[in-house]
Structures are given as C-alpha cells and as structure tokens.
Design a protein. Structure first.
Length: 378
C-alpha cells in the first residue's frame, strides 16, 4: 500500500480519516456506496463512481455513483458496462490519470444527458488475494485543476484499504450465510417432523369425535376447526418450502430449477410449467445461477401465499448478456406493483445487485407477470 509515498501529513491524515469513515459493518451495497462517497470527498472531486467487475474480468456488473442526483441518473439511462476510458482502466488494472478526457485516445464520448467531465482519475480496488474487485472513477476536482500525482497516490492507497474492507465484509456475509443456512435447515426439520405431525394428530382426534349424536352447532365448530387446521398445515408447508435448503450445488442450474418447480407441485399443489433454454448451464456463471434459483423460489412462494393461482408458467432464457426469468400466473392479481411488500423489494434488490432489474405487471382478476433479469456472466 503506497502510504509511504504520501509526504503531506494533512493528506495522510485525510486518507486515514476516509478509511475510518468506511462503515465496515454495513451490507455490501451500502459499503460500496460509502467507499465511493469517501473517495470523492478525499480528493475533492465533483463526481465519483465504483465499477464492480463482472466474473469475466472485462465488463462491469454494477456501477455505483456519487454526485449525480436521481433525476440525472434516470435521464442517462443504462449504466456503463466498461467501454472507453473505463474499459482502458479495467484492461490496464492500474491507475489511469487523464487531464482532458476529450483528447484521450480511449475516450468514447458521453451518452445524452450525461454531465460534461474533463479530468479523470481511475484507480483499481484490489482485494487481499491481489485480484481487482473493481475500479474507483473520479472526475473534475472542485478546484478546477487537474488531478495531481499526490491525488493519485492518495486514492491508490484508499483503493487498497477499501479492498481489504470489502474482503472482510464478504467474509462476514459468508459466515453469516452459513450460520443462517444451518439454522434454517434445523427449523425446517422441526416444523416438518414435530409441528405438522402434532397438527395431524389433533385433526384426527377431532375427526373421531364427529358422530351422529353431536349437536349441529358442535359439529359445525369442529368442522370449522378442521378447516383452520388444514389451512395452518398448508401455511407451514409453504414456510418449509421457503426455508428449505436448495438442492446440492453440484446440480446444474437446469436441474435445480426443475427440482424447484416439481417441489411446488408436489408440496403446495400449484402446477408449474417450465420452459428452459437448451444448454443454459453453459451460458450462466455459477454466482448468477445461484441467485436466479433463489429469485424463482421467492416468486413461487409469493404466488402460493397470495395469488390463489392454479397454473404458473416459468420461462428461463438468455437475451445477450442478460439472463431473463419470466413467471406468469393465473391468480387474482393486484392493483399496483408499487404496493408490493418485502418479497418484491428483495427481488428487485437482488436483481440490481447482479446488474439487472425486476418488473411486475399485475391486474386484478387477470394474474401477474414477473420479469426478473441479471447479468448472466456475474
């Protein structure tokens, strides 16, 4: 880490303060936003961004910005994928400082509605094993002067420190996931082996009390209780389905998706019709494959809980670099996807973390369609 190259004590203190300001305990998305903001402030830049590399090491899977308001970001449209000067920074895997972007050979210009930018500083964020996690991009110092060699050293040191913090955050997340996975497996087993069996026993006892000598109102109350027990058992089975561990990671994506749809039919009584692109296993990175299975699990759980659907159609395909999951149900629908709960928010957040998005189209009485996308190379 090039701390020794920073001679100015005030700038060294500023670097240390910026590193200490990174919220190491935050989730990864919040952490990356914090890193961009800290790097931008560190050198007094007008705009900052962090481009996270996709699994191919040549394109960007996500792009976190600082200095652009929501309106400007929306007008710009699709986020960069790693072309032009950004792509050169990726290829070089080292610091790139440019005084005038318009005259640089690698410049590919800006899309409509993009703010003008002149000075540029690109610095890799390197994690502990030496690989590049992504790149910090800073433009246009507020002073109006080009970035200096000292700025370059400062951000390079910050990039290495940020890489270590990202490593720690990913490790904590992995440990937390393992712990949660073990607890989920235990909970699912207890629900199935103990709770459901006891409810079955109660139901059988109630059925045995149904004799011809019972008063009508007593018989009605018992039948109502039996209906409620059946609904409770159905809800518990749905919960078990949601928290159950996925099939072995050695299974292919196609096998895992097929297993999941069969589970819905056998456990929860909703028929799922699956259409999968041939050879999709060779086209989707393992990380993306894991998340699309989890996304489909959440979509199907929402359908079973809320839609009263009898049929669900699942289509898994590829559109250029994007994996597209399309799910249609014939359920009751709802008035506005904007009113969706935590499940829909989780789906959208998961998609955006993978460079994609989630769109929900629903109408009361006409079912619901969910279109979930992700960068298949991520």
């Amino acid at each position: 880490m090039p701390f020794h190259q920073i001679k100015d004590p005030e700038r060294l203190h500023a670097l240390i303060d910026a590193i200490l300001l990174i919220e190491a305990d935050a989730n990864l998305t919040t952490l990356l936003e914090n890193i961009v903001e800290s790097a931008t402030t560190l050198v007094g830049a007008r705009y900052g961004a962090l481009g996270v590399l996709a699994s191919d090491g040549a394109t960007l899977s996500s792009f976190i910005t600082h200095g652009l308001d929501d309106r400007r970001r929306a007008l710009i449209g699709e986020l960069p994928r790693g072309h032009g000067v950004l792509g050169e920074t990726i290829r070089l895997a080292r610091t790139l400082r440019v005084d005038d972007l318009s005259s640089h050979d690698g410049s590919s210009g800006f899309p409509p509605h993009h703010p003008p930018m002149t000075q540029f500083l690109g610095v890799p964020v390197i994690v502990e094993d030496g690989t590049v996690f992504g790149n910090l991009y800073l433009t246009d110092p507020l002073s109006g002067k080009p970035f200096s060699p000292e700025d370059e050293d400062l951000v390079a040191g910050f990039g290495r420190a940020a890489g270590l913090v990202i490593d720690q955050a990913k490790l904590r997340s992995h440990v937390r996931d393992l712990t949660i996975a073990e607890e989920r497996e235990r909970l699912a087993r207890d629900l199935h082996d103990t709770v459901i069996q006891r409810l079955f026993g109660v139901g059988l006892s109630l059925q045995l009390t149904l004799s011809g000598s019972l008063e009508d109102r007593v018989r009605e109350r018992i039948n109502t209780s039996l209906d409620e027990l059946n609904e409770t058992i159905h809800d518990i089975r749905t919960t078990i389905f949601e928290i159950d561990q996925e099939s072995s990671e050695v299974d292919s994506l196609e096998q895992r998706i097929e297993t999941l749809t069969v589970e819905v039919a056998s456990r929860l009584g909703v028929q799922v019709h699956l259409k999968t692109l041939a050879g999709i296993d060779d086209l989707v990175a393992p990380h993306c494959a894991q998340h699309v299975v989890q996304a489909l699990r959440e979509i199907l759980s929402n359908i079973v809980r809320h839609s009263q659907a009898q049929r669900v159609d699942v289509d898994l395909s590829i559109d250029e670099n994007m994996l597209v999951l399309l799910v249609n149900d014939d359920g009751v629908g709802f008035a506005s996807a904007a009113s969706g709960g935590r499940g829909l928010r989780n789906l959208a957040s998961r998609a955006r973390d993978l460079g994609g998005d989630c769109y929900v189209d629903s109408e009361i009485g006409h079912g619901t369609q969910v279109r979930w996308t992700a960068n298949r190379l991520d």
